[in-house]
Design a protein around this ligand. Sequence first.
Ligand SMILES: [Fe+2]
Length: 267
Amino acid sequence: MIKLIHITDPHLVAPGEILHGLDPHARLVACIGDVLAHHADAACAVITGDLAHRGEAPAYAALRAQVDRLPFPCFPLLGNHDLRAPYAAAFPDAPDDGGGFVQGRLDVGDASLLMLDTLDEGRNGGLYCERRRAWLERQLEQTSQRAVYLFMHHPPFDIGIPCLDRIGLSDPEAFARLTAGRPNLRHLFFGHVHRPVCGSWRGIPFSTMRGLNHQVPFDLHTVSPVPKSHEPPAYAVVFLEADQVTVHFHDYLDRSTLPERAGKAMP
Ligand SMILES: [Fe+2]
């Protein structure tokens, strides 16, 4: 079994700054601390984008410092709030597909993790252009006999929440043509939506969860602007096995416990 950590949308600003009434740096520090305390045996972690809220250099530096606390590889991917140049300055060793995009592959046991770059800098919607698709096609061909897991910021489909669907991935059909007919595609992990969603898309199971800072409420009507909420942050602990994928969403700041577990009598 392979254990991996999925984190998304930390939306970091400079340490000490507040965003939407919350402290994103403190939440990231607490998240990494929780992972270290309980999941230091993970094989790797992937952060599916919106690393910084406005692409600030101090935010990427702060992220780097936290990622470096982990005893296993961690792959911070790009989201629509990110900027390539300050990201690259903080993460010169980031995955590189040879074409300037933050895309890479990690083989762990029988699994191949493919990390994708959907950033269209300056736009909230995502893009998976022809050059990126060519890289992915090569990777999918090379891993056709392996269990493959995809990681990306923008989901390549609508989820029924209008404020998010309007800033989705451009040309999702081009992406869908690449992934069609590949039964070894085991799961798709993404970010961007700031709330727990799971299901399957054209036969591929998918999951995402709340980000580390602010969330998007369950609102099936608002189109713009994107509403925000203070629902609790989460990260996911994922178990990959030959015949099963299990995703545990963990509200890591929730310390509530039943009285009997705290050694007290039930009321
Ligand atoms: Fe986000």
